[in-house]
Design a protein around this ligand. Structure first.
Ligand SMILES: Cc1ncc(COP(=O)(O)O)c(C=O)c1O
Length: 468
């Protein structure tokens, strides 16, 4: 069959940008901000790098939104997808199985902690979280616990955008336009150690979960949902013992613990799952992104034997699903991606190199606006402040200038893609490179970050008497 694309002239960067402005509705994007400037169009990826339509190379310091863990441009993953299309492009997983779904479910169950043996595939993270919230309600109901419908999550945490998942998301600006949300979402403080008094009991935030369960009434709470290390608010790690205390609290009150590992699984923290990294056993794990390294869209909800058990009997059914569940092509892609993980020991690489990555980022603390550097594995946040000594915050107006005007330009000009974020109120730079990143990429990140942050520091602190 003749190809329709071979002889077509390549569109220019300007042409693609203009057509994108007319027709492409980019997600979470202020479309008006592109009125006077072109939309960046990424056309190719290779390893830790991507290239735009005008040929500029960028170091992908965010793994394309925390996704491309095994790196860009791996042909073998595309070949696995092509082979699957040739064999069976699609069949529904409603009352049927197919080989790749079976193999992937078995492989994921084998890697997941403890008795998390039952895998419910979705197309992405929000669907996985939505499925988890519905499953916890259905589980309690099947067991006669009819009032358990609420979910407790943490402030500033992001758990997705569908109305159920959004009720767990703790970022007010993302919720307001869509209220009323699914009822039952409750929030407790997160574990931001940088913003808490040093003399506070480190486990106070775990105890706050128990206070909230008692306040709501334990027989009304279905689940607690937590990321191993919280992304929203900037890499908020749990203090030692946090998850062990939360596990005890959940057990004491009959509440299910969901570990939302849409970002923290698949090597991001140096293990296949973040729960293993911090040594706790959840009842459910939600995941997506790195499962396929985003070569195809796939998410999963992984349930323990205990949670799955009531659904195995008699007429019971989890009355929930999606057409694209366990899509054969996505499952084949995930298997090929996990082959790469195994062959190249990507988790071991992260464990071996995380210290070096952290040290490089820590070296930026001499720049006056660098307040905190925190994170784990290949996932770090730099929090920017008006005064290092007191951790004083910039004003809302200054944060806007820093995050929307100064930093994006300074970083893009130096060929580094990161996320500059202020969704929790504080300005952050997030770094989350592909898990194949090594010393040369760490050095490149530093050589872009240092001058960009120094320039931002000079502009923000000009006239305040603080010199850089
Ligand atoms: C922890 C967490 N949960 C859920 C989601 C939603 O995933 P998706 O964007 O695939 O729907 C995300 C997305 O970044 C996430 O980080």
């Amino acid at each position: 069959m003749a190809s329709h694309t071979i002889d077509r002239p390549r569109p220019t960067a300007a042409d693609l940008s203009e057509r994108a402005k007319r027709h492409l509705w980019m997600h979470f994007t202020r479309l008006g901000s592109f009125a006077e400037r072109p939309i960046p169009v990424i056309v190719r990826g290779e390893g830790c790098y991507v290239f735009d339509a005008s040929g500029q190379r960028y170091l992908d310091g965010l793994s394309a939104l925390f996704c491309v863990n095994s790196g860009h441009g791996r042909r073998e993953i595309g070949e696995a997808a092509a082979a699957q299309v040739a064999e069976l492009e699609f069949f529904q997983a409603w009352g049927f199985a197919h080989p790749r779904a079976v193999e992937l479910a078995e492989r994921v169950a084998g890697l997941a902690p403890g008795d998390l043996n039952r895998v419910f595939f979705t197309s992405g993270g929000s669907e996985a979280v939505e499925s988890a919230l519905k499953l916890t309600r259905a589980y309690h109901r099947l067991r006669g616990d009819l009032r358990r419908t609420k979910v407790i999550a943490r402030e500033v945490a992001y758990h997705g955008t569908s109305l159920g998942a959004l009720s767990a998301t703790g970022i007010p600006a993302m919720r307001h336009d869509f209220e009323p949300l699914t009822p039952g979402g409750c929030h407790v403080p997160n574990t931001n150690a940088y913003r808490q008094p040093a003399d506070r009991d480190p486990l106070w935030a775990a105890d706050a979960i128990e206070h909230r369960i008692l306040f709501e009434g334990p027989d009304t709470v279905a689940a607690v949902i937590l990321e191993p290390m919280q992304n929203g608010g900037g890499c908020l790690a749990p203090p030692d013992g946090y998850f062990q205390r939360v596990r005890e609290i959940c057990d004491r009150h009959g509440v299910l613990l969901i570990s939302d590992e849409v970002i923290c699984a698949w090597g991001r923290l140096g293990e296949y799952f973040g729960a293993d990294h911090y040594g706790y056993q959840p009842d459910l794990i939600t995941t997506a992104k790195g499962l396929t390294s985003a070569y195809a869209p796939l998410g999963a909800l992984i349930a323990s034997d205990r949670v799955a058990e009531p659904f195995q009997e008699g007429d019971a059914m989890f009355a929930h699903g999606f057409t694209f569940a366990a899509h054969p092509v996505c499952a084949a892609v995930a298997l090929a991606n996990l082959d790469v993980f195994e062959r190249e020991d990507l988790c071991g690489h992260v464990r071996a190199k995380a210290g070096e990555f952290r040290k490089m980022l820590e070296s930026l603390r001499d720049i006056p606006i660098v307040g905190d550097v925190r994170g784990d594995g290949f996932f770090y946040a730099i929090e920017l402040v008006a005064d290092q000594a007191t951790a004083a915050r910039f004003s809302a107006e200054q944060v806007r200038t820093l995050v929307r005007e100064i930093l994006p330009g300074e970083l893009a000009a130096r060929g580094l893609i990161t996320r500059v974020d202020d969704r929790g109120g504080d300005p952050l730079i997030l770094l989350c490179p592909p898990l194949i990143a090594d010393t040369p990429q760490f050095e490149e990140i530093e050589s872009a970050l240092r001058p960009a942050l120094a320039a931002a520091s000079d502009r923000m602190l000009a006239g305040t008497g603080v010199a850089s």
